[in-house]
Design a protein around this ligand. Structure first.
Ligand SMILES: [Zn+2]
Ligand SMILES: [Zn+2]
Length: 418
């Protein structure tokens, strides 16, 4: 790799520029991009309130590590609001049952049918494992599931029922269907970017959401959020209807508009409370990941999450442009290994400059890393066995091929469109 030295345009310090990577100054921050502009008025005030909340939560978590999720005000409020929403649905059904049971007046029967229709629309949807693509069961990937089972046992959660592989650069844990099947969503590009022990940390973080009751929270509150969103869309007034009398149409639209605004406000409120509870849950999941895989591995896993995605996207594009159809995963590993330290540092610093926002599901990654780096070094509770990583890779060989092909085809499609 060729390296040239130029003075920093801002502070004059000598800067080494590496071929293929942007030049930046570690001393004064030149080249990291401009700060996001301050927004004005109400939005500006929301931004400032937002970053104060994020910083306060960080300070709280950094000082006194919460060991259990705890029923803080945000979590209680978020559950209460969600249960209120589901109670409304239940009340509609109860009303209809009462009317039909006694066969009341025709008007009431019409109302009851209407109530049932609305209740049907509002009923919580749980999804279904059968409708998900690329579901892998225990028998499909024994080596992977063996590791998942050890992680689950160590954290005291039930083993997962299925893994859904994907081309995403992330991972998630959730329950699906009325039978609440536990599913791990595993993006292979992220998985392959992590070292063995960082993989343990990733699993630890995701499974911790199961241990902390975040998944149950997700079911009750998540279904309430989607119910509110559907109701909001249903109530929004459409364009004026010519077939109706002007006054009747106007009245209908005013009532609809008012109802839609009320539902919309509840939806925003539920979002805000939930996200606050959610950000705290992320810190807690990080702490459990640190206990399982070591603080070093947990922090490294988050750094890879920030640093490696660019490398992955560039590698996919380069691969597609070169017309290569095999060996993507070797290329990705090679590109990651060749990433200079200064470029890693640059990407971490760029991500740390983003605005702190309370309305994101996760706290800013650099704050999560800071919390983990402040923990005393500790031995991992679970170590991957020497050949385990490779056995998992071999067991998933068909999936690696499938995802690489999909990445390749998607990249080609984008290149041709662009
Ligand atoms: Zn400088
Ligand atoms: Zn999480």
């Amino acid at each position: 790799m060729t390296q040239t030295i130029t003075p920093c345009p801002s502070c004059g310090a000598p800067l080494a520029s590496l071929e293929g990577h942007p030049v930046w100054c570690p001393g004064c921050g030149w080249g990291l991009g401009a700060d996001e502009p301050q927004r004005r008025g109400l939005r500006g005030r929301f931004d400032r309130w937002s970053s104060r909340r994020v910083e306060a939560l960080y300070a709280e978590v950094a000082q006194s590590p919460a060991e259990r999720p705890g029923w803080d005000a945000a979590r209680v409020a978020s559950y209460a609001l969600a249960l209120g929403v589901h109670l409304c649905t239940a009340a509609l059904v109860a009303f209809a049952v009462w009317v039909f049971a006694a066969m009341r007046t025709p008007v009431l029967i019409v109302l009851a049918v209407l109530a049932l229709l609305v209740a049907w629309l509002l009923l919580p949807r749980f999804g279904s494992l059968r409708k998900l693509p690329d579901v892998r069961r225990r028998a499909d990937a024994p080596a992977l599931f063996a590791l998942l089972d050890r992680v689950a046992a160590e954290l005291g959660v039930k083993p997962v029922d299925a893994v859904v592989v994907s081309e995403d650069f992330n991972a998630a844990y959730g329950t699906v269907g009325l039978r609440r099947r536990r599913v791990l969503f595993l993006g292979l590009p992220l998985w392959e970017s992590l070292t063995a022990q960082q993989k343990v940390a990733l699993l630890g973080h995701e499974f911790a959401h199961g241990a902390n009751g975040d998944a149950a929270h997700g079911v009750v509150v998540g279904t309430s959020l989607s119910t509110l969103a559907r109701l909001h869309a249903l109530l929004r007034p459409g364009p004026p209807d010519d077939r109706l009398n002007y006054l009747i149409d106007l009245c209908l639209r005013v009532v609809q508009g008012a109802a839609s605004t009320v539902v919309g406000s509840v939806l925003v409120l539920q979002h805000m409370i939930t996200l606050r509870a959610g950000q705290r849950a992320e810190y807690l999941a990080d702490r459990l990941a640190a206990r399982l895989a070591s603080p070093e591995a947990a922090a490294g896993m988050l750094e890879t999450l920030v640093v490696a995605e660019d490398t992955h996207l560039t590698a996919v594009q380069r691969h597609a442009l070169a017309g290569r159809t095999a060996g993507y995963w070797d290329d990705l590993r090679g590109a990651l290994a060749a990433l200079p330290d200064s470029e890693r540092e640059r990407r971490l610093r760029v991500s740390a400059r983003r605005r702190l926002r309370v309305d994101r599901s996760h706290p800013p990654t650099h704050l999560r890393i800071a919390v983990l780096r402040a923990l005393p070094a500790a031995d991992p509770a679970l170590l991957m066995k020497p050949d385990e990583e490779q056995r998992i890779r071999t067991g998933l060989a068909a999936d690696y091929d499938l995802i690489a092909r999909r990445l390749h085809d998607d990249a080609l499609e984008r290149l041709h469109m662009g």
